[in-house]
Design a protein around this ligand. Structure first.
Ligand SMILES: Cc1cc2nc3c(=O)[nH]c(=O)nc-3n(C[C@H](O)[C@H](O)[C@H](O)COP(=O)(O)OP(=O)(O)OC[C@H]3O[C@@H](n4cnc5c(N)ncnc54)[C@H](O)[C@@H]3O)c2cc1C
Length: 285
């Protein structure tokens, strides 16, 4: 199919974008990498009258050290994350996750911000943003506000971004020498969306993990932290028994959901499989 006719503006500044969004309201859509939006336009799932191209906005580009944080601009592409030495040093789980996103052509265009805002529960970046305790920086005509990743993903394809706001980028606390992580994904073929996935990050001292974040994706309407399993593991020696108890706890605490090919029961089983693999991987690091 072909998209309905629309007007197109290549915005030159954030204030221009905000003014256009305020003027056109629901008739306008922002376009970044276009890797999700163009498909929805072509399928006529969405028929905006105006596309506001944000790809020229320098403020939304770049990966930089900023005080205690790593700044990842909304327009940073999946490939840039995959290849960034700053990501490798300060948010290494993102570098490990990036190759699992689609294929090279899509990774070259698709953006960190577009994926976060779209809020696809099967996408890698929303779960990773939970795992690394990211803070979303949002800007609207009223000014800037910050919101934790844990409060950002509200429901299926629904985030806390207001209709008149733009995601500028995210602040990620810097990984220290004690940080360990494991990125686990089960997909039918490499590059497919995950059947189930897990972004796990923790601090490791000896055989003990603390500050655990176990963020699952492609199992429910949003990415989900296994909070009870995290609390169980935090500060305890990671024995075989503890791993088994954490696996059982994650399976019982997370309410999984069917997708078109996999049952909720299969996903519940995979939650345990992924957590066991992640804990053993982190233990071995
Ligand atoms: C064949 C195929 C396979 C894919 N496989 C995967 C996969 O395995 N895993 C995965 O995670 N993704 C996958 N994707 C999606 C891809 O990663 C997209 O790039 C990403 O989801 C959206 O980023 P984008 O920059 O293309 O956003 P766009 O398509 O340009 O925009 C998406 C939405 O976000 C809004 N938006 C974009 N940027 C901002 C901003 N800064 N502020 C406010 N709103 C904004 C837009 O208005 C739009 O509503 C796949 C896509 C395709 C076509």
């Amino acid at each position: 199919m072909k998209a309905a006719a629309f007007d197109y503006i290549k915005a030159q500044s954030v204030p221009e974008v905000l003014a256009l969004m305020s003027k056109h309201g629901d008739d306008a859509r922002l376009i970044a990498g276009g890797q999700t939006l163009l498909a929805t336009l072509n399928m006529r799932l969405s028929e905006p009258q105006l596309l506001i191209d944000i790809t020229q906005l320098a403020e939304l580009k770049g990966i930089e050290l900023s005080g205690e944080h790593l700044w990842v601009g909304a327009l940073v592409t999946h490939t840039e994350i995959e290849n960034s030495p700053l990501i490798e040093k300060y948010a290494p789980i993102l570098g490990a996750a990036a190759p699992h996103i689609a294929h090279r052509a899509i990774r070259n265009l698709g953006t960190w911000g577009g994926s976060l805002v779209y809020g696809d529960p099967a996408a890698e970046w929303p779960a990773c943003s939970l795992a690394v305790n990211a803070t979303m920086v949002l800007r609207g005509l009223q000014g800037e506000r910050r919101i934790l990743a844990t409060d950002f993903f509200v429901d299926l394809y629904t985030t806390a971004l207001a209709p008149d706001e733009i995601l500028m980028g995210t602040e990620i606390p810097l990984a220290n020498i004690k940080q360990v992580f494991s990125f686990q994904e089960l997909a039918r073929r490499h590059g497919d969306y995950a059947i189930a996935g897990l972004a796990a990050v923790a601090q490791k001292t000896g055989l003990t993990l603390s500050a655990c974040n176990f963020a699952f994706f492609s199992i429910a309407t949003t990415p989900v932290l296994a909070k009870k399993a995290q609390a169980l593991v935090n500060g305890q020696i990671l024995s075989t028994e503890l791993i088994a108890t954490a696996v059982a706890m994650a399976r019982s605490e997370i309410e999984t959901m069917d997708d078109i090919t996999n049952s909720a029961a299969a996903k519940t089983h995979l939650v345990g499989v992924l957590l066991e693999r992640a804990l053993k991987t982190m233990l071995a690091k």
